[in-house]
Design a protein around this ligand. Structure first.
Ligand code: 1VU
Ligand code: MG
Length: 307
């Protein structure tokens, strides 16, 4: 369960072909930063992006952030080169290798095997973690097996754009709602099933579930609503594609004072019930029982851990 203990409210994507952005990302408030070697890098620039990422791991002070690099997928000729460069040359500061488009637990096993060999040869002092991007129909269908495929696994991330393409969803937007997906009562959330399934698999395996990005980075209201939906369902944090999104995510994924105060009231009411020999009590006209203790304790523990 150690994977859950890291603060991971916001995760800023930074294209690795834009090294001028690295110091801004390192100095900013994101809990996690990932340098991207994959879909924000044109094919002809893959080698340059990789070299930039390796230098950034070694030369930039990333403070206490989770530092990740998203490598190219295992269906490309770049994956092994990315992994060797990052682990053999990049050094120990790299926390997590993010693997895109994971579709099968055997891909995670293969990444673990290769990482183990590189780390042994490079005398790397600590084991790198894996962040797995769930963004294909195959990956979502096998997400439980993927989540438990390696002890290196730390987090699952919903890749909304690729998932939409893979599922044939009728949208070209990155995240957010779709006016066509509605009931007579209003808009529904087209990401609900995928996010719920990914969160369930992540929590069952003790990993951090991270919601996908909201591409319309000028729409603060839409981002906030999307983050609130994800946190209501149990997501630990959310990807950001622009630094302007980070503060809102950091705030959204902290338990707020009202929620924590209510959780403490629940615990007090249950304790009073316990002293009277009861495990089911009423508070404000609503049922509480022993499951309510677990819900409230999880909320209070998270608030205390985050200070
Ligand atoms: O004010 P300054 O000039 O000092 O700084 C600019 C800009 O340089 C900086 N900035 C960033 N800093 C760190 N990390 C970033 N990702 C980043 N983006 C911008 O912030 C200041 C304001 O920038 P801006 O509003 O002028 O933004 P631009 O027009 O320069 O860039 C917008 C995009 C969206 C292109 C840029 O933010 C970006 O490239 N984002 C990340 C894209 C990415 O990594 N995509 C792949 C992962 S997400 C995915 O896979 C989709 C599902
Ligand atoms: Mg993707």
């Amino acid at each position: 369960m150690t994977a859950l203990a890291r603060l991971h409210r916001s995760e800023l994507a930074v294209p690795a072909i834009r090294p001028e952005l690295f110091p801004k990302a390192a100095a900013g408030p994101a809990d996690a930063v990932f340098l991207d070697l994959e879909d924000s890098v044109p094919e002809a620039e893959k080698d340059r992006a990789r070299a930039n990422a390796v230098a950034a791991i070694r030369d930039i002070d990333w403070g206490r952030k989770i530092l990740a690099v998203r490598v190219n997928g295992q269906d490309t000729p770049h994956f092994y080169k990315d992994l060797i460069a990052l682990l053999a040359v990049g050094g120990d500061r790299l926390d997590v290798v993010m693997i895109p488009k994971v579709g099968d637990p055997r891909e995670v096993f293969a990444a673990d095997l290769l990482a183990t060999q590189i780390e042994a040869n490079a005398n790397r002092a600590r084991r790198v973690g894996l962040g797995l991007v769930i963004e294909t129909a195959k990956g979502l269908a096998q997400v439980e097996a993927i989540a438990t495929a390696s002890p290196r696994n730390e987090s699952l991330h919903l890749g909304v754009a690729d998932l939409a393409a893979s599922l044939g969803m009728r949208t070209t937007a990155i995240g957010g709602l779709n006016p066509d997906y509605a009931s007579p009562a209003g808009l529904l959330d087209p990401w609900h099933f995928a996010l719920a399934r990914m969160i369930t698999a992540a929590r069952a395996a003790g990993l951090r579930p991270i919601d996908g990005p909201y591409g319309d980075f000028r729409d603060a209201e839409g981002l906030e609503a999307s983050a609130r939906r994800a946190r209501a369902m149990g997501a630990e944090g959310k990807m950001a594609i622009h630094p302007g999104q980070v503060a809102a995510l950091n705030a959204a994924f902290l338990p707020d004072e009202r929620e924590v105060a209510q959780a403490r009231r629940v615990l007090a009411a249950m304790e009073a019930g316990r002293l009277e020999g009861r495990a089911a009590v009423a508070l404000d006209g609503k049922l509480l029982d022993i499951a309510s203790i677990r819900q409230a304790e999880a909320m209070v523990a998270k608030a205390e851990r985050l200070g």
